[in-house]
Design a protein around this ligand. Structure first.
Ligand code: ADP
Ligand code: TRP
Length: 345
């Protein structure tokens, strides 16, 4: 790791949207935990005010927010190194939204992919263009920019769908800095989440694993439930003794999932057993179950322990917020001063 990379600040926001599956883990959580560990300063926050645009159920929002915190802690996030907090505990963010709103053209929001997608959907369904679009969805990019700019972020790891948000954030930071002739906001860069070479994990029916298809294996479940889901993976009618050609092995759902959790030697072992013939799907599923159990049994227990101790989670999140507010207050003070207002007392 070059020293320079270590000096950078990396920031990620996670919307509280329910318990993760093993695809989320490989594609998003594990890479973010690793990236956070590599950098000098890292922030990870629960984007609860972003969620409010869609989740309007107090109990669900509260519960989901605890779930996110417990999930990341259980999966290796070190709260001594990474500042973990709730967005809603950082009031400075929302004042920055007001400041950025003054320099952000409405047209920028009109070009937002998320907003445009909602409008297109409405039109397709013959509804009014803005049906069910609240102002929170419409101005989502400004809140996201404030999340990022408040912490003087260098790098934001994102999925492809979030790239435009980072570009908008740079635009807004630039409008502000140019208008007030002060470099108050640092322009962030995005880093595309590549997971394991951009891998997309298949679900138990062979399609992309996704909560919306109901074909997922949750990370935090008990061993019996995990086993049952693995045994449900759809397979063809090949007989165990038949050798498989290398391409078919590569496309096999059991093998694909296995390769993400097994060691390179174990992966080679399963591959050659399939290619030679003699490896039945039942055996392969058992091996997959074993590596999943090895990976997630302990985190599942840690997750359960955290979820049973909300006081502990609150303490951790409050300590994180106190740290995040130091940089937030500094940034907000600089912005207020630049526009002609008082610094925070
Ligand atoms: P879901 O499709 O289950 O609703 P999300 O769309 O909420 O999942 O995705 C959350 C994160 O997890 C994203 O960063 C996404 O890239 C990653 N992810 C989702 N499904 C997979 C998958 N099957 N394989 C790898 N990564 C995934
Ligand atoms: N918009 C992101 C998502 O839908 C969540 C998010 C909110 C975020 N604020 C952020 C991500 C700041 C990175 C940085 O997944």
């Amino acid at each position: 790791m070059p020293a320079l990379a270590n000096a950078k600040t990396v920031l990620t926001g996670v919307k509280p949207t329910g318990a993760p599956h093993i695809g989320n883990y490989i594609g998003a959580i594990r890479p973010a935990v690793r990236l956070a560990a590599e950098h000098g300063r890292s922030y990870l926050f629960i984007a609860d005010y972003h969620a409010l645009n869609a989740v309007q159920d107090a109990k669900a929002l509260r519960e989901d927010s605890y779930q996110v915190a417990a999930c990341w802690l259980a999966l290796g996030l070190n709260p001594e190194k990474t500042v973990l907090y709730r967005q809603s505990d950082i009031p400075e963010i929302f004042e920055i939204v007001t400041i950025l709103s003054a320099v952000t053209p409405k047209g920028l929001m009109d070009r937002s992919h998320a907003y445009k997608a909602a409008v297109d959907r409405n039109k397709e369904e013959g509804k009014d263009a803005d049906a069910d679009v609240n102002m929170g969805l419409y101005t989502y990019p400004i809140l996201m920019a404030a999340d990022i700019l408040v912490a003087q972020t260098d790098i934001v790891p994102v999925g492809k769908d979030q790239v435009q948000h980072i570009e908008f954030t740079r635009d807004m930071a630039g409008y502000f800095n140019n208008t007030f002739k002060k470099p108050v906001f640092k322009l962030p860069n995005y880093q595309l989440e590549s997971g394991v070479a951009g891998a997309i994990l298949p679900g138990i029916d062979g399609r992309k694993m996704s909560k919306s298809y109901g074909n997922h294996i949750p990370v935090f479940i008990d061993s019996a439930a995990r086993r049952k889901l693995v045994m449900k993976i759809v397979t063809d009618s090949r007989r165990p003794e038949e050798p498989m050609n290398p391409d078919d092995v590569g496309n096999n759902v059991i093998f694909q999932l296995y390769s993400h959790f097994a060691t390179p030697d174990e992966t080679l072992g399963m591959r050659s057993a399939f290619e030679k013939g003699g490896m039945g799907y039942g055996d392969a599923k058992q091996q997959l179950y074993d590596v999943l159990e090895r990976e997630f049994e302990k985190p599942t227990q840690i997750y359960k322990d955290y979820m049973a101790d909300r006081k502990k989670l609150d303490e951790l999140l409050e300590a994180g917020a106190a740290k995040a507010r130091q940089v937030a207050r500094e940034t907000l003070s600089a912005a207020r001063e630049a526009v002609g207002l008082n610094r925070l007392k």
